[in-house]
Write a protein that binds this ligand. Structure first.
Ligand SMILES: [Zn+2]
Length: 148
C-alpha cells in the first residue's frame, strides 16, 4: 500500500527532475523529457491520488503541470529558435550574416537592408507605435499591424 510520505517523495523527485532538466538542457533540449515526466506525474495522480488523500496539494500540482505544458506547448520558444537559427531573410532571401532584426509590421526575420527599407514605409511610425502600445499593455506576442 502506498503511503503519503513515499508518494510525495516520489512526486517531488519527478518534479525536481523535470526542473533540473530544463535548467541544464534548456527548453528545446528538455522538451521531450519534460513532457514525458508530466504525463507520468498526471498518470500517478490519476491512479493514486483521485481523492487527494496522498497529496493534498493536488490543485497546485495541476496548476504547475498546466503552466509547464503551456510554456512548452505554445511554441513560443520554437518561434524564437527559428528566428535565431534561420540563415536567410524572410523578405529578400538574402543572407543574415550582416545581422537580423524582427520586422515592425509582422513577424518576419529581416536582414539589415530590408529593415532599412521598412523604415521608409509610410506606415512605419504607426507600426512602431502599435508595437510599443502592445508591449506597454503587457502583450509581448503582438504580431504587428500586418501580422497574421
Ligand atoms: Zn532582406
Amino acid at each position: 500500500m502506498m503511503d503519503k510520505n513515499t508518494y510525495q517523495t516520489m512526486l517531488q523527485g519527478l518534479i525536481w527532475t523535470f526542473m533540473e532538466k530544463e535548467k541544464v538542457l534548456g527548453i528545446p533540449g528538455a522538451e521531450k523529457d519534460v513532457l514525458t515526466l508530466l504525463d507520468l506525474i498526471e498518470d500517478l495522480e490519476a491512479f493514486w491520488n483521485t481523492d487527494g488523500s496522498l497529496n493534498p496539494e493536488k490543485t497546485m500540482l495541476q496548476k504547475l503541470i498546466y503552466k509547464t505544458r503551456k510554456l512548452y506547448g505554445d511554441g513560443r520558444w520554437r518561434k524564437m529558435e527559428r528566428f535565431y537559427l534561420q540563415k536567410y531573410c524572410d523578405r529578400c532571401s538574402g543572407s543574415l550574416e550582416g545581422g537580423r532584426i524582427m520586422s515592425m509590421f509582422n513577424e518576419d526575420c529581416l536582414c539589415m537592408s530590408c529593415q532599412e527599407k521598412e523604415t521608409k514605409d509610410p506606415e512605419y511610425s504607426k507600426a512602431v507605435e502599435a508595437d510599443h502600445d502592445e508591449i506597454k499593455r503587457g502583450n509581448y506576442n503582438y504580431k504587428g499591424i500586418r501580422g497574421k
